[in-house]
Design a protein around this ligand. Structure first.
Ligand SMILES: NC(=O)c1ccc[n+]([C@@H]2O[C@H](COP(=O)([O-])OP(=O)(O)OC[C@H]3O[C@@H](n4cnc5c(N)ncnc54)[C@H](OP(=O)(O)O)[C@@H]3O)[C@@H](O)[C@H]2O)c1
Length: 331
């Protein structure tokens, strides 16, 4: 008989999402060619949407959410991986369309897996997770844009993508301004991550004009909406914006002026369907750039049963750094 393991399972009753930690067996897992013993997962904005039932992230129930996982391969019938290989998985619709990381064992497709970098522990990889990978992809987009000299603005700076982006940019020698809705609360945290300036949204967002004074060589934006519109209007001639999120709004009400008068570039960043070679490159760079001490201030480690409450906190815009799920701990 197969040994049961613990998983967080979402069901929908009368249009409402319910989360429950319960035992599952391998026979109940979906089809796939690779069985993984999951050691850690993490809580991302999308996971918070899934757990709270907001935004219709989950396409079918029951669902094991968790868009990230790290662990070791138990068996792989495609031959792509060996038993015991350390692997990391983010995106590809896992935790949305396919069962994800909130399970001590999961069955997935071998092509979704990336080798865990040699110098990175499983805990470190999930402190980064999708948020960290996205931050790295944003940084790479700005590097490819060959920016003019100047400061970089990071919006939603105290959240997952923002925190890692601030830390990475600072390690790469950029001067970073961290934009946050909670400057008093986050000043010390963001300064410790490497921000040279912490700006409150309320003090920054006073008057929006299509073309404002040029302040930023580059921007990493997770907010969208009026924040992205204002950031675009303040980008230097030939600067660039890496846009990855919608924490404030899905809309973008702007003009073409920053593009046609200043040659500003707006680069979208997607981590979900990002090709494997770029992912591997991004994970290797994260391993090089993030030393062990980079993680301590950013991470909170919890068990599965803490996730519904933390998801509600995240949806209210109160996220701080990264939540790691330890699947080996008591749920
Ligand atoms: N493109 C991709 O592949 C990709 C991957 C990962 C995430 N994302 C998106 O990126 C965004 C951030 O993800 P995350 O994991 O970093 O989420 P998170 O940890 O919840 O952080 C979001 C941060 O944005 C700020 N924020 C929240 N609500 C806001 C509002 N109404 N107005 C202005 N700022 C607000 C807050 O920071 P402050 O308190 O500092 O203001 C919050 O901590 C989400 O929209 C997510 O869907 C996209």
């Amino acid at each position: 008989m197969q040994t049961p393991f613990q998983a967080l399972v979402l069901t929908e009753v009368d249009g409402k999402t319910h989360a429950q930690v319960q035992p599952l067996t391998q026979a109940e897992l979906p089809s796939g060619d690779t069985l993984v013993a999951v050691s850690h997962s993490s809580l991302n904005y999308k996971d918070a949407m899934a757990l709270t039932g907001k935004g219709k992230i989950v396409r079918q129930f029951p669902m094991v959410p968790g868009i990230d996982l790290v662990g070791t391969v138990i068996e792989c019938t495609s031959g792509a991986w060996k038993t015991g290989d350390a692997v990391v998985l983010t995106g590809w619709g896992v935790g949305e369309r396919f069962w994800g990381g909130y399970s001590q064992v999961q069955r997935v497709k071998s092509e979704w897996l990336t080798a865990l970098p040699k110098d990175m522990s499983p805990l470190q990889s999930m402190t980064l997770g999708t948020a960290g990978l996205t931050a790295m992809l944003c940084v790479m987009a700005l590097e490819e844009a060959a920016l003019p000299k100047g400061k970089i603005l990071v919006t939603g700076a105290s959240g997952g993508v923002g925190s890692v982006a601030v830390a990475l940019l600072s390690r790469l020698g950029f001067e970073v301004t961290a934009l946050t809705s909670r400057p008093e609360e986050n000043q010390e945290y963001l300064t410790k991550l490497g921000a040279t300036e912490v700006l409150g949204i309320a003090q920054w967002q006073t008057k929006i004009s299509p073309l404002a004074a040029q302040r930023w060589a580059g921007v990493i934006d997770v907010a969208g909406g009026a924040i992205l519109a204002q950031a675009l209007s303040e980008v230097h001639y030939a600067g660039a914006v890496a846009a990855s999120g919608l924490a404030a709004s899905v809309s973008l009400d702007t003009t073409v002026l920053p593009f046609i008068l200043r040659g500003v570039r707006l680069q979208g960043v997607d981590s979900v369907m990002c090709p494997q070679d770029k992912r591997t490159q991004a994970w290797e760079r994260l391993a090089t750039l993030c030393s062990a001490d980079a993680y301590a201030d950013m991470q909170r480690v919890v068990g599965l049963s803490a996730l519904p409450a933390l998801a509600a906190e995240m949806m209210s815009g109160k996220a701080h750094g990264r939540v790691v799920v330890d699947l080996k701990a008591a749920p």
